[in-house]
Design a protein around this ligand. Structure first.
Ligand code: CA
Length: 231
């Protein structure tokens, strides 16, 4: 899963633990030990989500949140706090946090919540711009290109067409006949052509073409594409 998270947390071990779990999912993390340091990072880099501790030395999490929102930044903010009253206050007074996790937390649960937020943002962006992202790939369905980690990959037209059809409804299984009809614009022909092209795509896009992560075989017959984060 793609995304960069800023962790503002004065306890190094907690930040390390969060980073460990998020990095495992492919999410990048940056850590600031104080609110001031965090604000500087927020201004100098782009983040997809902020994990914010409330009880910090110097300016506390409330102030950080107010300053962030004061600047009109709409970055999702997840509060991580040990004090129930902090959580009540944030959720009750609408200071502008999107979610909270109380300490002590399960790193697994925290990681799942972060991923849910990142997924939500990515889906929004995707719907607006007709982009489909899966793993390191980004498919622009309007401008007909595929990029891997920002670099354009050239695919033969039929392979690209297959991707375009599959990504119209990710997770929906397309029968070979249907793919054949849409991509080859013909109802009669050798259906193995479809599987041959699927194999070629897998060879190019999948780390392990025998165990595809994105271009999956549907039960019965047919194929579907999935964003592939396995959750
Ligand atoms: Ca703290």
């Amino acid at each position: 899963m793609q995304g960069t998270v800023l962790i503002i947390e004065d306890e190094q071990e907690i930040a390390d633990l969060i980073s460990l779990y998020l990095n495992k999912e492919g999410i990048k993390t940056l850590h600031a030990l104080t609110g001031e340091e965090g604000m500087e990072l927020l201004e100098s880099s782009d983040f997809d989500l902020l994990l914010l501790d409330i009880n910090l030395p110097g300016i506390d999490g409330f102030e950080v949140l107010q300053k962030v929102r004061g600047k009109g930044a709409d970055i999702p903010v997840m509060i991580v706090s040990a004090r129930q009253e902090d959580v009540d206050m944030i959720m009750g007074f609408g200071i502008g946090a999107d979610d909270y996790v109380s300490k002590p937390f399960s790193p697994k649960v925290l990681s799942a919540r972060v991923r849910a937020h990142l997924r939500r943002i990515q889906t929004q962006t995707t719907e607006e711009s007709n982009l489909f992202s899966f793993g390191p790939y980004l498919l622009d369905r309007d401008n007909l290109w595929l990029k891997k980690n920002g670099e354009r990959l050239d695919l033969p037209p039929k392979e690209l067409a297959l991707l375009l059809v599959l990504s119209e409804h990710p997770e929906r299984a397309y029968k070979q006949e249907e793919l054949y009809k849409q991509v080859w614009q013909n109802s009669f022909g050798d259906l193995t052509t479809v599987s041959v092209h699927i194999q070629r795509l897998r060879k190019k896009l999948e780390e392990n073409p025998a165990k595809p992560e994105f271009i999956k075989t549907a039960y019965g017959s047919g194929y579907y594409i999935t964003a592939g984060d396995g959750n």
